[in-house]
Write a protein that binds this ligand. Sequence first.
Ligand code: NAP
Length: 534
Amino acid sequence: MTKLCVPLTGATCERMMEDLQAAQAAGADMVELRLDYLHDHSELAIRSLMAAADRFPGEVIVTCRLASEGGHWDGDESQRVSLIELAGLCGADYIDFEYEAWRRSANVRQKIGLVCEIDGQTDRPRRRLILSKHDFERTPTNLDTVLADLRAEPAHVVKLACKANRATDAVRMLDALRVSARTRPTIALAMDEPGIVARVLARKFGALLTFASLEAGRESAPGQLGIEQMRSLYRWDAILEDTFVYGVIGCPVAHSMSPAIMNASFAAAGHNGVYLPLRIEPPYDDFASFVGGCIARPWMDLRGCSVTIPHKENLLRFVAEREGDIEPLAARIGAANTLHVEPGSHEDGSDARVAAYNTDYRGAMDALLSGLNGTGRDLADAAVAVLGAGGASRAIVAGLVDAGARVTLYNRTAQRAAQLAEDFGATALPWEQRDRLQADVVVNCTSMGMWPDVDDSPLPEAALRTDMVVFDTVYNPIETRLLREARLRGCRVIDGVAMFVGQAAAQFRLWTGRAAPTNLMREVVVRELGNRNA
Ligand code: NAP
C-alpha cells in the first residue's frame, strides 16, 4: 500500500527529532531525513539523528539533495557521499540518490551501491536505493522513456518529480506511474498546484509513496500538501484502486470550499470517492483536453466534476461536442456547473456518456422552497423581486420563471436587467424603484453586503415588510445586513449557505444516486467560512 511520507527539513538535529515525533503523531508511514537542510553534518550529529530515527516505527529515507536538483547541498560531492554512507549504515531503510550524479561517477555507484546491497546477492537488502530525477520547469513529453532510463539502472525504486504546468501533466504522470509500477516500485510526482491530482491519486495507482509536509510552510517541494490535509480532507486512508474521482474545475480554485464539503459527504455516506481541486486555465482547449483526457483513460474513474468560473460555458460546449445530454434549463441559462460521466466499456473511453446540469438554480429553488415551507405559499404565481442581473441572477430567474413565479428585476445597469427579463419572460424596473417594490419574496443576487463590505445592503430597510420572505445569495457573511434587518422586521429569511448547500446536494444526488447529508454540508460550510474570516 502506498505510504504517506513526511520530509523532515529541520536545520538542527533537535528540530529533526521533534519533527520525527510530530510526524509519527500525525500518522506518517515514512519519513525522509533531508540531510541537506541540516547545518551540523558532524558524525555525532548524524549518529544521534539516526538513533532517534531508529525509534520511528515506519521506514526512513535518507536524502542529501543537490542544489542542482532542488535541494540545499552545494558542497563537496565526496563529503556528501560519505554523509549518505554513514546515515545509511546507521539504519536507513532507503537512500535517495540523484540519477544524474549516479551516472556521472563509477566511484559513487560503487560506494552507494555497496551500502544499498545492489550486488544481486540478496533479495532482502537492508537498505534500498531510490534513484531520482527532478524537473522544476516542466513535465517532459517522454515520461515513459525517462522512467525506463531510470529502471535500466539497478535501483530498487525509481522516482520522478516534475513541475506540472497544467493538470493534464499530472494525468500524464499518473499514466507513467501505472506503467512503471508494474515492473518496479515507483514514485512519480507532479509538482505545483496543477499537480495535486497526482499527489493524492498516487495511492490509487500504486506508487511506493507520496510526500506530505508536516505543516504549511514546511514543504520540501512546490505543491506538497500537508499530512493533516491529506488524511482528513482527502481521506488518504480510504483511497483504493477502484475509488471514483471527482473534482471542482475552476481558475482559481484553491479557495473552493467544495473539496471540504464533498469529501466529508462521501465519508458520511460511505461513498467510495475522492474529490479534488482541479485548476484548469481558462481557454476551452485546456478544459476539453483535461476532461477529455480523463475520460479517454477509463482507469482514472472520473465520474463527475463541479465546474465554476471561467468554465461554465466551456462545459456546455464540451458536452454538446460529445453529443451528451444537456439539462434543458442549463441550455437556456447558457451555463452549466455539473458534469456527470457514465463510463462505457471501450478501453479508450469513447463510449462514455457525459451530461451537463445547472445545480445553481436547483440549489436556489430548494433553498427557497424550504424557506417557504409552512408559509402556505408556493413559488407558482408568487411575486418575486430579484435584485441584480449577473450570473447568479440569470440561473435564479430561469428557475423562478420555470416554477411559475412572476419575476420583477432591478439592476444597477438597466440594460442587463432588460436583457435578462426579455430572455426569460420577466419584468425589469429601474434600480432606483427598488425601495417601492411589491413582492412576496425578495432575492438579492447582487454582491452588495459581501465581505468585506458588510455594512452595505442592496435594499433600504424601509422597503422590507413583515410578510416578505427575504433570500440573500451572498453567503459570506452568513447573516448579511439585509438578512439582519429583514429578521428584525419579522420577515422569514433564507441565507446564501442554503443555496450553496442546495447546489452541492443536487450534485451529490446526481453522482451517487443518494440523498445528500445536507446538515453535515451546512456544518462544513459554516466551519470553513469561520476559518476563512478568523
Ligand atoms: P456577477 O455576475 O458579477 O453580478 C454581480 C451583480 O451585482 C450585478 O448585477 C451587479 O450589477 C451587481 N452589483 C455589484 N456591485 C453593486 C453595487 N455596488 N451596487 C449595485 N449593484 C451591484 O456576480 P454573480 O456571479 O451573479 O454573483 C452575485 C452574488 O451571488 C455574489 O455575491 C455571490 O456571492 C452570490 N452567489 C451565491 C451563490 C451561492 O451558492 N450562495 C452562488 C453564486 C453566486 P451591475 O450589472 O450593474 O454591475
